[in-house]
Unconditional design. Structure first.
Length: 546
């Protein structure tokens, strides 16, 4: 159904799916799964390539809807466990012991799809391999949590993985781990959750809804341990696809005036927005300006009020975004100047003029492309980078990728249309303000209005959607009490990522700061959608907060 370039016509497959013996994960159906890790005592195995012991398929709730998803795989540096799976309290690995080791939890969720627990592979080619390898080598415990997703169905065909199932599942896993902490290594006061994209939103949610009562009914439904905390210590959010109820507006504000999507291998010509969609885009962009201005945000550094000018390309909010982008370009260009292996090899001037070759290392091999001339919007004064404007930068390096609307698609074609709605229904609209937007276009576009308006009107006051929207949006919780926020957030977003508006990650960071959280936020220059980071910096951050 979905026409995303990176995900293929069916949308992403289950993120943790890969072939090979390590991928087997058939868990027999039981009425009640044990919540006692001792049940798995004889099942620990040794993984020589990682010098770790691992346990596969630990079902973390008593009555899962899908036991092959609602389980985790746990990888523990060998030193922390005896051969029989009991904790070796004397065990030391890197800076940590079996008692002090932090626990890194991750879910491989992509595109709000269901994601089985990830398994490390002997050949080193699993999706989350690189990070996991580094965690284990430095003495951290790694736990990959499987979660339900938008297409998960039970035996009766009900869609049981819609919002907020992925978050409920991670909470259940956290509670299970704590419930068993006397028989498991690691410090449950130092759990750090890591997620990318939809998983980046998940990470933001895990970190901003610690022990919130709103999730208890969902936890009870799957038989989670109810008398344990689901708090985490820190959260790493990469490219968070967050605040879905405002994402359509944000996208049109960011790509205002770009009326064609970038071509892809499966859709080389790209899509051209119709006259109706252009007006819709404009209307959404204008509403985003109002929305931002009503937030009452201020600059975390200076306290200055952050607002957008009526053109959407001026005002303190816009300036703040440009400053964040400039900071990210400055870091990159300084690394170029220092000839760092972390970036390409050329001079800063050559980088600006496009006189270089870009080599990206991807799992499928190196991708080589010619440099891009950025001199019309990017300059370098020897110390700092300057960007003249968002629109020319986007046209240069991050063209529009999604149709309009970008998330709650007119014809229900986006991932998110499967993420919301009742369990009896595969697809649903979820942008409850779209009806009022379409009403504004009714006179000029009667035909389209007749086609689309009733379907958006039908969901305008839908209580289930209101609840799902609330539970899947970290902003619903941020600012309502610091006791539900984890201690540290790190947010990274790619400066070449057109999956959502740049303002989305920035708003998450600024709102968290406003609520008093410790937030390390940055755009990563030249980075696309995914684990966008400079080598080693996540690990440095983890070390710094421990
Ligand atoms: C993801 C990407 C998207 O463009 C989106 O809308 C939702 C999720 C992802 O990569 O997880």
């Amino acid at each position: 159904m979905n026409q995303r370039p990176s995900n293929g016509p069916e949308g992403p497959k289950r993120a943790g799916d890969y072939s090979g013996p390590e991928a087997e994960r058939i868990i027999p159906k039981m009425n009640h799964y044990p919540m006692d890790i001792q049940h798995y005592a004889g099942h620990w195995k040794y993984f020589p390539e990682y010098n770790c012991r691992y346990l596969k398929g630990v079902v973390y709730c008593e009555t899962p809807k899908e036991q092959n998803l609602q389980n985790f795989n746990l990888f523990v540096p060998k030193a922390y466990l005896n051969e029989d799976g009991s904790v070796n309290l004397e065990g030391v690995c890197g800076r940590f012991t079996a008692e002090t080791a932090p626990i890194i939890m991750q879910s491989s969720v992509m595109g709000y799809s269901e994601a089985p627990a990830g398994m490390l592979r002997a050949d080193g080619r699993g999706p989350d391999q690189k990070l996991a390898t580094a965690f284990l080598a430095s003495g951290m415990i790694y736990c990959s949590v499987g979660v339900r997703g938008r297409q998960t169905q039970d035996a009766q065909g009900n869609y049981v993985g819609k919002a907020p199932a992925l978050l409920t599942d991670v909470k259940a896993a956290l509670r299970f781990y704590r419930h068993n902490k006397t028989h498991l290594p690691g410090n449950t006061d130092r759990i750090i959750f890591v997620g990318v994209s939809a998983g980046g939103n998940l990470a933001a949610l895990v970190g901003s809804t610690c022990d919130r009562a709103e999730f208890e009914p969902g936890l009870r439904e799957i038989g989670a341990v109810m008398d344990e905390s689901d708090a985490v210590y820190a959260s790493q959010c990469y490219c968070p696809i967050t605040a879905l109820s405002h994402a359509d507006m944000a996208y049109e504000w960011m790509f205002r005036g770009q009326y064609k999507t970038e071509g892809t291998p499966i859709d080389p010509a790209g899509k051209t927005l119709t006259a109706f969609q252009r007006r819709l885009s404009e209307e959404l962009a204008v509403r985003y300006i109002r929305y931002v201005n009503d937030l009452g945000l201020s600059d975390p550094a200076t306290g200055q009020a952050l607002t957008l000018g009526s053109d959407g390309r001026s005002g303190t909010f816009y300036d703040a975004l440009l400053r964040e982008l400039e900071a990210s370009a400055t870091k990159y260009l300084r690394l170029i100047r220092e000839n760092s292996p972390k970036v390409i090899s050329c001079t800063p001037a050559q980088y600006v003029s496009g006189d270089y070759t870009m080599v990206r290392h991807t799992p499928g091999g190196d991708q080589v492309s010619p440099g891009i001339d950025k001199s019309t919007w990017l300059s370098w004064d020897g110390e700092a980078a300057h960007i003249t404007g968002l629109s020319p930068m986007l046209l240069g390096v991050a063209k529009r990728m999604k149709n309009c609307p970008a998330f709650d698609s007119l014809d229900l074609q986006e991932f998110e249309n499967e993420e919301f709605g009742p369990s009896s229904q595969k697809l649903s609209h979820f942008n409850r303000m779209m009806a009022s937007v379409l009403e504004a276009l009714q006179n000029d576009f009667p035909e389209e209005s007749e086609k689309y308006l009733p379907t958006y009107r039908a969901i305008q006051d839908d209580p289930l959607l209101m609840e799902q929207e609330k539970l899947l949006n970290p902003h619903s919780f941020i600012g309502t009490g610091t006791e539900n926020l984890c201690s540290h957030f790190r947010i990274r977003a790619g400066s070449m990522d057109p999956h959502t508006s740049f303002s989305t990650a920035m708003l998450l960071a600024y709102n968290l700061k406003r609520a008093g959280a410790d937030v390390d936020f940055a755009f990563v220059w030249e980075a696309k959608h995914g684990v966008c980071d400079y080598e080693g910096e996540l690990m440095e951050w983890i070390q710094s907060i421990l």
